[in-house]
Design a protein around this ligand. Sequence first.
Ligand code: FAE
Length: 532
Amino acid sequence: MSIVQFTRRYFLRLMALTTAGIIVGCKDDEGEDNLPKPADIYDNYRSAIVIGSGFGGAVSALRLGEAGIQTTVLERGKWWKVKPEGDTFSDLVVPDNRSTWLGTESIAPIGLKVDFPEKHVGVLERIQYDEIDVYGGACVGGGSVVYGGITIAPEESLFQRVFPSEIDYNELNSTYFPRVIQMLDAKPIPDDLLNDSPFFQFVRTSVEQAKKIGLPIEYFASVFDWDIIKQEIAGEKTPAAIEGEILYGVNSGAKKSLDTNYLPAAEATGHVTIEALHQVRDIEQLEDGIYKINVEVLNEQGEIIEEKAFHCTYLFMGAGSVGTTRLLMRSKEKGLLPNINDTLGTGWGSNGTTMGSRSNLSEITGAKQSSPSSSAAYDFNNSVAPTVLDMANLPLGFDCNCLIYLGLTLDENRGVFEYDPSIDDIKLNWSNNGVPKAALEDVFNRLNAANGGENGVFALPEVKDNLTYHPLGGAVMGETCDFYGRVKNYSNLFVMDGALIPGSAACANPSLTIAGIAERNIEKIIEKDIVV
Ligand code: FAE
């Protein structure tokens, strides 16, 4: 039994309904949850609503469903189900509008630019702020549909430099990270692909070169299904991962995104419904403590075809760093959630992300490069700042004797969002401090000195530090929220996603950290906050 802080008015209303026999406070024969349901008062009432279906949202939905709590997930994007024909998602090289969230041109940072005749609710979103482009997923499964599948934990000493001491690294590492890895079924690259396959020559070369300058290597867990990749190589499946598909989804089904594990498992509890193409506009807490969520139902061109309101007792924010911050700031500024404190919108970081390349190498890197990144090199003694290099693929179709890397640097640079009423949206004030770029160039210089080669390749001539795939922060733990994601000054309102993370995942790609912390938090919230 746990605590819920009803307002007096809500309590009295519930008492009246209970006395009148309208609300039953125990599990019924159909196994419906026994939370109070003022169903005669509100249309579309759910005990719990989760906004967004990425890592924070999917973890929340599954665990709420398992606890028997009637839950609806509201996701603005579409549910892309991989078809056996192998043509679910846009082509990587010549993208079509399935690639892009409501845009008129393709948005990938590298590659061909293509114009689209009409907008579509495509999978990848780019938000352009003054000094940085922020990328994210916009579909059922959120970032997991467009991501690289890298499932890696931060190193402990770096984690402790970024995260508050209230977050116990050992607890995450021993309980919650393994729980996520098991659900995702994430596994390191198998030896036969690593050692022998021409599709992974780039890994062998990049690892050997990093070892020459003494960098430790990790072959991390990936959510890519290595057996499907073998089937692709054998010609038994649509060639997709082996063609470099990542960004717009993987047509062979080789990427085990959240729409193939957490989300169907949540639905299978019988207590969770996923509503795709339901874009939340804003959120209001009513006088009785119930949350009213105003929703725009979209068609596949992104036009609003219906407006709806949902109501719930427990509201879980999983719309991602920008999405959650936007919804909370918009609602606060409109007086709908006025009591959120003024730290909202602060503490945003890019996770120190850079992207860079090296070319003119004497070693081959492979004409065929399969997409899953499988290894990282740790450069914690970097003279600028600790940096992790993800060895990525550059599927150009010929051997370019070049390598591409994603750099993740421990960077204290933070930005602040402000709400602009003229656009009813948030703007990011973030200035590039040059640290992540200098750190990547520092390690490139050492790699070039030991192995030969030079920085840059025609497809990516300079180190890019004006984009991030890893937006973090905006409603940060210990500031806007407590250390379990409870929004301060509100009951039953929780932030479960990247908005809660303090601007950096300590040189790790962030999905495992976000999902692990969400697993930790939802366990506590179900135990302490929800009446069952
Ligand atoms: P996220 O997964 O972004 O989900 C938010 C969801 O909320 C999305 O589905 C949105 O459509 C939805 N949403 C937003 N606004 C609304 C609204 N108003 N109403 C309804 N729904 C809404 O949030 N991380 C790794 O760890 N490993 C990788 O290999 C990796 N590669 C990446 C590659 C790319 C190209 C990108 C873009 C990201 C990559 N990431 C990677 C980052 C990772 O995807 C990201 O940190 C997580 O997905 C963030 O999880 P959240 O739960 O915060």
